[in-house]
Design a protein around this ligand. Structure first.
Ligand SMILES: Cc1cc2nc3c(=O)[nH]c(=O)nc-3n(C[C@H](O)[C@H](O)[C@H](O)COP(=O)(O)O)c2cc1C
Length: 206
């Protein structure tokens, strides 16, 4: 568990940058972390569309972060068109908001997909197994699942049918900002990256 950072500890940008990635790694690996859920934003016709996703994987060394989604979902239209994604995470207990953005790489039916799919549990697979795509209009309140999916009445082998819809979106982070709230005063720092390495770092007026 990460502890909230004290203002006295905030002395250099490299420390903050490293801390942000530690928080993100914790978010991806600890289901109880507030950072396990992120908000991602895509753009369509000059409008931003946001939604919650699970932060599934973080490669701190290469500054890449990952989500899982359905290739039939609306967000994929935006991601395919723009090739870019913005992320937001916030943990009150860590007093930290982290905003990130970068270019996307969409993985479908490749080795990374197979690796991430193998980590998805039996229960998590059923929405990838539906005939109706996400965002289909329903005539009545419903989970959209058939009886077998509702009852988890399918084998792990049968759940493989969902793999065709399973997407891993990789975001190669080129911009990150940290905002820290504290009664003694807020702090803010910004970073840019080129090919996974820090290319600029600066304190910012909160
Ligand atoms: C707590 C929570 C976690 C979610 N995690 C994901 C996720 O990891 N991937 C995903 O595609 N949708 C996830 N969703 C659903 C999305 O927020 C969104 O409603 C859905 O993907 C449709 O978005 P779209 O129409 O923009 O594609 C999650 C929703 C909630 C409330």
């Amino acid at each position: 568990m990460l502890l909230p950072i004290e203002p006295e500890e905030i002395i250099d940008l490299a420390f903050v940058e490293n801390l942000c990635w530690k928080m993100l790694v914790e978010g991806a690996t600890n289901r109880k972390s507030a950072l396990h859920q992120a908000v991602i934003s895509t753009a369509k016709d000059n409008l931003a569309f946001m939604r919650t996703v699970v932060l599934r994987r973080v490669d701190a060394d290469t500054r890449k972060i990952y989500l899982h989604t359905d290739n039939r979902s609306k967000k994929m239209e935006d991601i395919e068109r723009n090739g870019h994604l913005s992320w937001l995470v916030y943990d009150q207990s860590l007093r930290s908001q982290i905003r990130l953005s970068g270019k996307t790489i969409v993985h479908h039916l490749d080795d990374l997909c197979a690796e991430q799919w193998s980590k998805t549990g039996h229960h998590s697979r059923r929405y990838y197994m539906t005939d109706q795509p996400p965002s289909t209009s329903l005539e009545q309140p419903s989970t959209g699942l058939n009886d077998a999916l509702t009852a988890f009445d399918y084998t792990m082998e049968e759940s493989e049918v969902g793999f065709q819809h399973f997407i891993v979106v990789e975001t190669c982070i080129d911009w990150m900002e940290w905002y820290y709230t504290h009664s003694k005063g807020n702090r803010r720092a910004g970073f840019t990256y080129m090919n996974g390495s820090v290319s600029s770092a600066t304190w910012l007026m909160p």
